[in-house]
Design a binder for this molecule. Sequence first.
Ligand code: UD1
Ligand code: CA
Length: 534
Amino acid sequence: MNRFAAASRILGVGDTPKAPNRRCRRYPEETCRVSKPRPVAVIVLAAGEGTRMKSRIPKVLHTLCGRSMLGHVLAAAGELDPQRVVVVTGHGRDEVSAEAVRYSPGASVVMQDRLAGTGHAVRMVTEALGVMQGTVVVAYGDMPLLRAQTLHALVRAHAAAGNAVTVLTARVGDPSGYGRIIRDERGALAEIVEEADATPEQRAIDEINSGCYAFDGALLADAVKRVATGNAQGQEYLTDVVAIMRGDGHPAGTVLAADPAEIQGVNDRVQLAQVRRALNSRLLDAWMRAGVTITDPAATWIDVDVTVAQDAEILPGTHLQGRTAIGPGARIGPDCLLRDTVVAQDATVLFSVCESAEIGIGADVGPFARLRPGARIGPGAHIGSYVELKNATVGEGSKVPHLTYVGDADIGEHSNIGAATVFVNYDGEAKHHTTVGDHVRIGSDTMLVAPVQVGDGAYTAAGSVITEDVPSGALGVARSRQHNSEGWVERRHPGSPSAAAARASRAAGPGSAASPAPNQDKPVPDQDKEAHGQ
Ligand code: UD1
Ligand code: CA
């Protein structure tokens, strides 16, 4: 009897789909060069309360495309290969700290116990960790669209110009709510003015502060100590560091974000939905450019850690989540939810839900199948409608076509499981295993009561409750024999339409199409007539 040994057996060695650019863990359009200079630190500000989210979950832990907002920012920050990652937390500090360490295992978490402003947040970092010599990048935990390549451009420009501070800016149609970029008569960055503190002329400026910066670490540590609170909000503004550094005679510059959408912050769930859709389209565009067909991008959702191989086809209503990997030429959807599932080359999945499952080369699943964790479908196997599998392997070319539950089982190759079969794996306390061999025919409505084994080439009779092993080549029959009580309907329901039909049929004579002969001579169940749902 053949068994599945490893995932490679199902997928075929070397078939695991890979993202086109293997160095990049985000998505394929990004070119993730590790370019010098390497920042000494990236500081991510995430202490804000996020009141407008109206949530018990800290704002930066809300998710899009399979990651928290903080996770996206930390993933982009990680691409800079900084010597250290620092996350400033306040609200929901325990959960935020845990998430920070999940994405940046060596991250330092600095607590900011009162929200006294972005300048205060950075001062807490320099006071806790000391002066950091080199380039320090500051970003926000609620800017999930920020790209690693944009951070790279910021750091490169900062180093090339020898600036004390370089601000990532954007030109936007509506600058309201943002700090405005104020330039001197020579066009150099002079200061940043917050909207609440701006004059009407300044408010008309359409170049805004993204809130993301590259600083000289030593100059930053000195300048944040000198930030005053004499502003409309009575807070320590990090933005004031620009004017302080310029006042000290240091050069300051800007980098304009190519795509202003990247710097969009999230303050409420409407913005979260906008940013989620934007990130999803960015991911889908990248996959389409990498050779994947997506018929309706507006109705397709692909998480950031999913990989999809060339010539795969993703049909509407499909959600690919977690670490799902789709092989070349595979066809998924319409209307599928796949989580942490590996689909090999040329397999198809239709109207199905799959979690932590593996689907082999050329296999087909659905419609209306549910693959639960540990379901492993062999090459060319068929899983049909209303079939649920859990912790079960189905061998090459085997079929589980209809209305069946397979739990805790190994099914060999080229076997057929008849309709409405149940692998009875649970005795009320413990789960037990069933093994079905190669070229087996399980009759429709068989109950395979585990632990039990059905040998290679064996059959079971339809309607059997199999509690004992069936040896190779045997027919297992485990059901009561049929008894027909002749004339019962006319005795018990005289005058009924059924009784009338029975009488008419009898009048037509035995053996007619409407009146099969009574079968008192029929022998014990005949294996040649056992029904198998195909
Ligand atoms: C800030 C900038 C503004 C910029 C805008 C871009 C300042 C003074 N202003 O304004 O110029 O255009 O971002 O979105 O910096 N945070 C802390 N601790 C604090 C305060 C804030 O960690 O004490 C964090 C928040 O969690 C948030 C980020 O810093 O992630 C920005 O804070 P927020 O209050 O939203 O700043 P804005 O007023 O939007
Ligand atoms: Ca904000």
